[in-house]
Design a protein around this ligand. Sequence first.
Ligand code: GLU
Length: 549
Amino acid sequence: MTNKDLANVIFPNITKTIEDYEKEYPKRNLSDGACVTRIAPSPTGFMHIGNFMQAVTNYVIAKQSNGIFYLRNEDTDKAREIEGAVELIIKTLKQYDMCPDEYEADGKVFGNYGPYIQSERKEIYHAFIKHLIEIDRAYPCFCTTEELSEMRENQETMKTRTGYHGRFARCSRLTPEEAIEKINNGEKYIIRFRSNGNFDNKFEFNDLRQGKLFLNENDIDEVIMKADSMLPTYHFAHVVDDHLMRTTHVVRGEEWLPSVPKHIQMFEAFGFEAPKYIHTPLIMKKEGESLRKISKRKDPEASMSYYDELGYPTLAVIESLMTIINSNYEEWHTANPDKKFTDFEFSADKMSTSGALYDLMKLDDISKNIISKMTKDEVYEESLKWASIHNDSLKELIEKDVTYYKNILNIEREQEKPRKDIAKYSDIENLIWYMYDDIFYNKDKEYEWKNITDKQEIKNILDTYLNKYINLEDKETWFNNIKLMCDELGYASNMKEYKKNPELFKGNVADVSTVLRVALTSKSMTPDLFEIMNLMGIDRTKERYSKIS
Ligand code: GLU
C-alpha cells in the first residue's frame, strides 16, 4: 500500500486537486506593485486595538498601492467562537470607512477569492492535506492526549526540547498499511505535517519590520488538521488561504514570529512562494515609569468600543494609530495637513522595533485638533449622531434648539485659531451646559471665583457693569467698556501698568473679567466671554448677575 492509498482512505470524497484550485484562484490581475493584504480575525471576542492597528496598516498598504484589502474569518476554533464577533469587526471597519474590498457576511460573498470564512473552506484544506499525504509530507497521528503529555514529561525530565520531533515523532514511522489498519479499527487521529528541518540549522528570514533575522529551522511535526472537526489549525490554514487568496503581505502580531519557520516550510512543501511578512509590535501603555502591554482585562481602551462610546472622531483614532505605526507620520501630517492618511507612504522599517506606546493624551490632542477644524455643522451632525446612540440628554439638548446649539459650537470656530477644547463628543455636554438656563439654574454648582472673592465687591462690579457699561455692539467696544469700568472702580485696565505698580490697584482687568465670566457661567475657564454674552443676550446676562448674592 502506498501513501496515495492512505490519502484515499482518509479523504475518499476529495476529488479536486491543488492544481484545480490553482486554476480556480489564479494570480490576481492587479497593476505592478499592488499589494494584497488582509485581516484574519478569529471570532473570539471584541475588537482589540492591536487588531485594529493591524487593520489600519493593512488598509494603508493596500490602498496606497491600488491593491486589495480583504477580511478572512478564521473560525476554526469552534469551541472559543463568540457569536457576532466578526460581524462586529466588519461593522467597526465600516464605521471607520475602511470597509474591506472582499469579505463575507450575512450569507453574501463580496469578492472572487472566497469563501472568506474558514469553516466553509474545509474541502479546500482537505485537498491540500491529501496532496501532502500523497507526497509523504503529512501523516495521521494516533497518539492520545495522555501519550502526548507523557512524552512531554519525559522530555522535560531528560531536559530535551519538547514537541513532536525526531525520534519522539512516533507516528511518523508508521507505514501506510499500519496507518490504514488503525483507521479501519476506528482509532482517532489528527494529521501532522512531516517536517524536514533540522533545528540546529539557521536560515535567513527577512521580516519587513525587523529586518534580517536568523531563525532555527523547524523540526516539529506540527498538527495541521484537528481530529473531531477535521478543520485545519491556524498554521495550515494560513499557508493555504494566503496562497490561494494571493496575499502578498501578511501583517500580523509578533506573537506569530516563532511560527514563521514552520510556515515557510509548508509553503516550500507545496512549492509556493511565501508572502512578505510584517510582524507588528504589541501595543503598550505607560504605567508610572514603566511600560506594559495593553490588557484586555485591565484597560478599557484595549477595546475599540471604548472609542465609540466616548465619541472620538474615527479619524482621530486612525491618526493616533498612524503615529505609532510609522514614527515619521506626524511630521508628514504637519507638512501635509490636507492629505489623507492613505496618502502617507507607509514603510514597514519605520515601525517601532520595540513595543508601540499608545498614549491616550496624544489621542486627545489629535482629536482636539481634528474637531477644532470641523465646521459647526459638522460638529453638530457628528455629535448628534453620537448622542443618538450614546447620550439621550445631549440629544435632547441639541434637538431642543438646533440653531442655538450650533451657535454655541460656533464660538471661536471657523477661524484661523479655533478653540481646541473638545476631544470627544462626550466632552460636549460638560462644556456647554451653562449655556442652558434650565440646567444652569437647577444644577448644584460652585462658582469658581478666583482673585476676587468678596461678595460685596463682586456685587459692586456686576451692578456697575449692568448699570453703566454693558454693551454688546462689538467686541472692541465691549472690552473698552470693561476697561473704562476698571478705571472707575480702581482696577488696572492696563496690564503693564499693573505689573509695574500692583499696589496702586485693587486688581486688574483680568480679575474683573473673571468676575463677569464666573457670574455668568459659574466657570472660570470658558471660550470667549464676549461671544457667550452675546449669545445669551442682555436680559439673560442681567438675570444671571442678579442671582449672585
Ligand atoms: N486568526 C489569527 C489571529 O487572530 C490571525 C493571525 C494572522 O493575521 O495571520 O491571531
